[in-house]
Design a binder for this molecule. Sequence first.
Ligand SMILES: [Fe+2]
Ligand SMILES: [Fe+2]
Length: 280
Amino acid sequence: MTRQKDVHQRADELASGSLERWAYDYVTTTSLTHKLAPGPAPEPSSDRRPPALHELRPGRPAELTITWDKFKAPKSAAALREPARRAHLLHTFLHHELQAAELMCWAIVAFPDAPCAFKKGLAAICLDEIRHMRAYQAHIERLGFALGAFPVRDWFWERTPAARSALSFVALMGLGFEAGNLDHTQRFAAMFREAGDERGAVLQEVVGAEEERHVAFAAHWFRAFSGGLDFASWCAALPPPLSPMVMRGQPLARAARLRAGLDSDFLDELEAWQPESRGS
Ligand SMILES: [Fe+2]
Ligand SMILES: [Fe+2]
């Protein structure tokens, strides 16, 4: 509680009209309208060093019911024949997008010493995630449900703030979770198609294709921050106890991951990785 108060007191130093103020407002707002449409992001500036707000956590709109329960994703197309199951799954994806948008903003204020070009890229990705969120909202509504109709879990917020540097953030978020999403969107697109929801299938494909840019952004900055990118250096940059296990789907979307800038050695090692191979 005290730490949260500290973080908001320090946020008073954020300049009005700055990118950092915009990012702070997006994370903390409890307005669903603001979460869906924050307006354009200001240009970053290096004129003055803003405070580091690593402890910042998100505001939650009253429309969202938060749960700690694990969500069990449908494993087959048969389970997706019911519109309510599809709407629930898409609502889970929508909340992933919201958390991704918020976490891009969190990184802007958590790592104030990062280059302006990096922060500008994070803001652009944030706006992509919000577009994805709205696309999911539209399809959920087509299926007869509203945003807020299903409980949501802050799974990414439970994990990502363990990243203590911009390098660790891109390792976890971009090369970890978003890269895993390249695998997941292809698998779910096939399931939606088989269940007879072509529009839902195309939505998965569009989101997956756009996520390639986010993974490429992370690969670029991982190399810029550390001088190179291979499987061992990526694993070393992940904040413990997170492991590659939650960052890959079955099967790997190899072509999409290659397009995003990962090489085939990296993908071979990712595919072969087992918990015990860490030697712990
Ligand atoms: Fe997204
Ligand atoms: Fe993304």
